[in-house]
Every structure is written in C-alpha cells, then in structure tokens.
Write a protein that binds this ligand. Structure first.
Ligand code: NAD
Length: 433
C-alpha cells in the first residue's frame, strides 16, 4: 500500500520505517527540512535501537523515502498517518492540537481521490470529529475517512513494540477503511497481534486510558515505596508479591523517580482536562498527577538529607539524565527538575548519559557533561543513579571510587544494599530502609 506519514518524529519515523519493512511504499514527511535532509543522508535524528539499520535497508530498496513536500506526498498516497506532536498547552492542562488541525486544513486542500486519514498522534476524544468537520468544508464525504489508530510503542523498544504489538486498535466509523487497515496490519496479526475494531471515539480514549493506567501503576508503587522506607521493608519484595497476582501483573511496578517522557505527563493532564470539559471528575488521575509532581521534590528532600543539608560546592554526579533507558528523549525527565534545583543550591554537577550532551542543561554554569563514566565519577561526593541504562548496572565501584566517603543514591534500585554494605559504600536506594 502507499502510505504517507506526516511528522517524522519518534512515532512517524518508527512506524513509517516499520511499515516500509513490511513491504509498503512509505513517504515520511516533515516540515523540519534539516531533519529530512539528514534522513536522506542516512543520519537518524533520534536514538532508537535498531532504527538506523532499518532506515538504511528500506531507503536502499526505495520502499522508504523522505520529503518535505506535503502536497505531492499526500497526492501519491492512499493512507495518510498524522503523527505530529500534541504537547500540553501553555498555561493549561489540555492538549495543544494546533499541529493536528493545521495538518487537517492542509489535507482538506490536497485530497485528489479517496484517502484514509489516520490520527496516530495521541488526541483527545472527539478530535477525529473535528478533523472530519475541517476536511468536509472542502471535500465531499465519500472522498475520505477519518480513523483513529493510536500508537502504543515505547521509546527504546519501539521497533519491537511496533512489530510485535499486544494489540492494534482501529477506531473507524465505516467498514471500508476498517477492512483496508486490517489488511495493512495483517502481517502483524498473523504473528499474534490482537486486532480490535472500535468506534473512532473509543480508540481515542483507549490510548489515554491506557497511559493513565500505567502512570497510576508507577505512582502507586512509588507511594508504597515511601511507606517501605519508613517501615524497614524492601519495596522490591512488595512488587514481586503483588506482581505475581495475574490480575495485577509485575510490569510498571518498579519504584523510582517521577515518571516522565513525552507521553505520561502530558496524557494524564490531557485526559483530566477533556473529562472536565465533559463535566466528569477523574479524581484518581488527578491525584496521580499531583503525586508525581511531588515526587521529584520528595527525592530531592532525600538528597538534602543524605548530604546533611550541605549542598553548596558538593560534587554531585548524575549517571543518566534521560527519563528512561534506551532513549535520548529528555521530555519531562525528572532530571530536568532535580539538576536545576541542585545547581541553584550551589552544587557542582557532572552528568554522563550514553546519549550524550543535553542542551537542556547548557544554561547552568555549574552543570557539566562528562564523556565517560570514570571522569563523571571522579571527585564525586554523591553519585545519583538516575536512569536505568545497562551501562550502569554492573559498575565496579571498588576500583572506580577513589574515596571511601562517596555516597551513592540509587534511584533505580540497580544494586543490592547488602553488596554495597559489604563494599563499605554508603548506599541509599528507593523504597528500601
Ligand atoms: P515528535 O515531536 O518526536 O515528532 C513530531 C514531528 O512532527 C516533528 O518532527 C515535527 O517537525 C513534525 N511536524 C509538526 N507539524 C508538522 C506538519 N504540519 N507537517 C509535517 N511535519 C510536522 O513527536 P512524537 O514523540 O513522535 O509524538 C507524536 C505523537 O505521537 C504525539 O501525539 C504523541 O503523544 C504520540 N505518541 C508518542 C509516543 C512516543 O513514545 N514518543 C508513543 C505513542 C504515541
């Protein structure tokens, strides 16, 4: 099939590449000319394991192309995926749909034959209705169908998640587009993906409800971890004990810093805002948002306690700053709250992340990127393990640490407290006494 992805970010690029690998002709469009030129030259704009190989393979076979010519790309394609951003609005919790509606307006002028227009972006319930209204102003109803096909891929696991999804959700109000999309996804369905056809509004809400539920699970175990710290219990035992109950499941039950990333913070806020519009109080999700916002402050308080409130001129080393491992995405990472706050208090911060230097910390003069773990750890008074990269999971602290006074605050529980005690290292973790 002939597909056009509008927006070549994490979602548009990964799904475009994977669709091309399944044998479709895919054009990935972006208004960012620099990004498109780089992609044409094999330069991948994001860190995502396995992506580069697939881009090179499918550009070579010409199944995958990149363009900033929206009009031509749309005209050549049968199925259009909208994959642009839906960030939180400034000064409000609702989703900013400017990019979505901008694309819808463009599309309304470009439809030359029947097109399926799909929102892969995460959009609030009823957005599909709005897109339909915009296009209807310029096109007859029989020339297009607006469908919701939310994307559930996780950054860092995106290729695997796209290729072996738990489910494919298609929200369409007509059977014709459902039939075409079932056929598009058939290579994944035969490998075991469940295919669900719902109303367009239901598909839109499935995405927000899923993300909010996962955010709730993380927040739940984070709060239980707070209780564990006060009662001399290991939260990892609680997570195992709970997770073995099939009704609960063990995933997303790892205590740690506040959840971050480009989805959970914005999607929890957006669903609450949408519900408010429909006069429905999503009180559980509201508490999750509040608890998560408080979490970085809470972990910072613990840092102050560990340092006996003497933060000024302390050398603090951050291992990892991205919101999770295997991605370079810094959006809403808890390090963005913690590092500036510690820097303001006069700490001297060095950080190392496998995905390199981060512009986000450029403006802080006492925050420095280090090229290696060793140089980052050198002279540290406190090491904060912030992100669960494999690179940090089996460090030989005995040889790496020059001073016995170094303190480790492991926010990901990568090490065992016993092992650290045996090494005589002052070690703190999350949800353990
Ligand atoms: P992103 O910011 O990485 O990429 C969006 C891209 O769209 C950018 O490259 C931007 O230049 C481009 N763009 C914006 N307007 C455009 C236009 N008019 N024409 C062409 N290109 C345009 O965003 P993302 O992380 O890929 O997320 C996209 C959507 O998918 C969001 O709604 C997000 O919530 C959802 N989503 C994201 C993930 C994830 O893990 N990142 C997972 C599932 C769903």
């Amino acid at each position: 099939m002939k597909l056009c992805m509008i927006g070549t970010g994490y979602v548009g690029l990964v799904s475009g590449v994977c669709f091309s690998d399944l044998g479709n002709d895919v054009i990935c469009v972006d208004k960012d000319l620099n990004k498109i030129n780089n992609l044409k030259n094999g330069i991948i704009p994001i860190y995502e394991p396995g992506l580069e190989e697939l881009v090179l393979k499918n550009t070579k076979s010409k199944k995958l192309t990149f363009s900033n010519d929206l009009a031509n790309s749309v005209k050549k394609s049968d199925i259009i995926f909208i994959c642009v951003g839906t960030p939180t609005k400034k000064n409000s919790n609702s989703a900013d749909l400017t990019q979505i509606f901008g694309v819808a307006k463009e599309l309304s002028k470009l439809i030359n034959r029947f097109k399926i227009i799909i929102t892969k972006s995460t959009v609030p319930v009823t957005t599909g209705d709005e897109i339909e209204k915009i296009i209807k102003k310029k096109q007859p109803k029989n020339k297009f169908s607006v469908v919701s096909n939310p994307e559930f891929l996780r950054e860092g696991e995106a290729i695997r998640d796209f290729t072996f999804p738990d489910r494919v959700v298609i929200g369409s109000n007509d059977l014709k587009s459902n039939k075409i999309l079932k056929s598009l996804y058939s290579p994944l369905i035969v490998k075991g993906a469940k295919y669900i056809h719902t109303s367009r509004r239901a598909a839109e809400l499935i995405k927000y409800a899923s993300n909010s539920f996962l955010a709730t699970k993380i927040t739940f175990i984070n709060e239980i971890a707070n209780l564990c710290e006060k009662t001399n219990i290991n939260v990892d035992d609680i997570a195992i004990g709970m997770g073995l109950d099939e009704r609960i499941g063990s995933r997303f039950l790892r205590a740690g810093p506040a959840y971050g990333g480009s989805c959970f913070p914005k999607d929890t806020k957006a669903i609450v805002s949408t519900a408010d519009k429909f006069k429905t109080n999503l009180s559980v999700i509201k508490s999750v948002i509040k608890s998560n916002e408080d979490r970085s402050k809470l972990l910072l308080k613990r840092v102050y306690k560990i340092l006996n409130n003497k933060v000024k001129n302390k050398n603090i080393c951050f291992l990892g700053v991205t919101f999770k491992a295997n991605t370079d995405d810094m959006r809403d990472s808890s390090s963005l709250t913690m590092i500036p706050e510690l820097s303001k208090k006069g700490a001297l911060i060095k950080y190392f992340d496998p995905t390199g230097f981060k512009n986000d910390f450029k403006k802080y003069k006492n925050v420095q990127y280090m090229m290696s773990i060793d140089t980052c750890l050198a002279n540290a008074d406190l090491i904060i393990i912030h992100t669960e990269w494999n690179d940090f999971k089996s460090l030989n602290f005995k040889s790496l640490l020059k001073s016995k006074k170094v303190i480790i605050y492991d926010m990901r529980n990568l090490y065992s407290s016993n092992k650290m005690n045996k090494l005589n290292i002052k070690y703190f973790s999350v949800g353990r006494s």
